[in-house]
Design a protein around this ligand. Structure first.
Ligand SMILES: N[C@@H](CCC(=O)N[C@@H](CS)C(=O)NCC(=O)O)C(=O)O
Length: 306
């Protein structure tokens, strides 16, 4: 199925892999805008205006930040409600949260430094590799675990062993893949594909699940340049906002929205929409016209513009 989604992503990004795989599971046609692993990013920066994490999904003049909200959009476009985080059970939601926090950071710390360096050098110039390491050192300070690497490795192995026991059907919570499957997949993908540390063959059910998930692939995609993505935004109007999302007393106020966990750079704009799930900011970019930037409420904070 064709859709107007332009994914701003880079190959080594685990959260992008979650979305690429979901696009495969949803069998969608999408546009691929390859960006640098660290700012500046010529199209993403001007359109999102501060938010610095990847992936971001662009739909014309609407920028959807965070893989949670992108997953909601994919589930709606493809009419596959079971992919949406909002339709997951409490148990699946809790597992996804663990997979994308502790498990993700444990997996990242298990990538052998030499391997990480050689992967980076394969994708980046020497100068950008150094810039990347410096940049991520700053983010690592924000996410530093209280556990040592060995303790983190132990916790990681124990969680995987427990999951291996838990899998009953084809997917984590039955016969259809849900958001939790994709949230668990990407840290394991990162460790095995980028870190060259494969899953233990003793984890037979988990390994079979991982292989099954890999088969979704990435759907059908075509490259788009930053210049063309900017032209798409400039030629588009943001999507309309439902009247019930415009009823909040703070609509119209100048605010800043930022992540609460790490890479906390915020986006400034005028609050244009509020639902239970998301905040929508209106930004006047000048050259590229009016843009709406969407954030999930979960994991983000809204503050008044100082
Ligand atoms: N909660 C975000 C996390 C995204 C994330 O951490 N992305 C990584 C790349 S995979 C990133 O941008 N890291 C920090 C940074 O570079 O600012 C999501 O689900 O999209």
């Amino acid at each position: 199925m064709g859709c107007s989604l332009i994914l701003h992503h880079y190959p080594l990004s685990p959260f992008s892999e979650k979305i690429r795989l979901m696009l495969g599971a949803a069998d969608l046609h999408w546009k691929s805008l390859l960006v640098s692993p660290l700012p500046p990013r010529p199209a993403t920066g001007p359109l999102t205006g501060g938010y610095r994490r990847i992936p971001v999904a662009q739909f014309g003049a609407d920028m959807v930040c965070d893989s949670q909200l992108i997953a909601e959009e994919i589930s709606q476009i493809s009419a596959k409600p079971f992919l949406a985080p909002s339709s997951a059970s409490k148990e699946a939601t809790e597992l996804a949260a663990v997979a994308e926090s502790t498990l993700f950071f444990d997996a990242a710390s298990l990538v052998p430094p030499k391997q990480a360096l050689s992967e980076l050098k394969r994708h980046l110039s020497l100068f950008d590799t150094a810039r990347f390491l410096w940049d991520r050192l700053g983010i690592a300070r924000e996410t530093r675990s209280k556990l040592t690497v060995a303790e983190g490795a132990k916790r990681f192995r124990a969680t995987l062993a427990q999951l291996d026991q838990q899998i009953q059907g084809e997917f984590l919570f039955g016969d259809r893949p849900g958001h939790a499957d994709f949230a668990l997949y990407h840290p394991l993908w990162f460790l095995s594909q980028v870190g060259a540390v494969p899953l233990s063959p003793k984890l037979t059910r988990l390994s079979a699940w991982y292989d099954r998930m890999s088969l979704f692939g990435h759907g059908h995609h075509q490259l788009i340049s930053a210049k063309d993505a900017l032209a798409v935004a400039a030629a588009s109007q943001p999507r309309g906002i439902l009247p019930e999302f415009r009823a909040h007393p703070d609509i119209g106020k100048e605010v800043i929205i930022s992540p609460t966990d790490y890479a906390k750079a915020g986006t400034r704009g005028q609050l244009a929409g509020v639902s239970d799930q998301r905040w929508i900011l209106r930004r006047e970019t000048g050259r590229f016209g009016t843009v709406h930037v969407h954030f999930p409420r979960q994991g983000y904070r809204l503050s008044s513009k100082g």
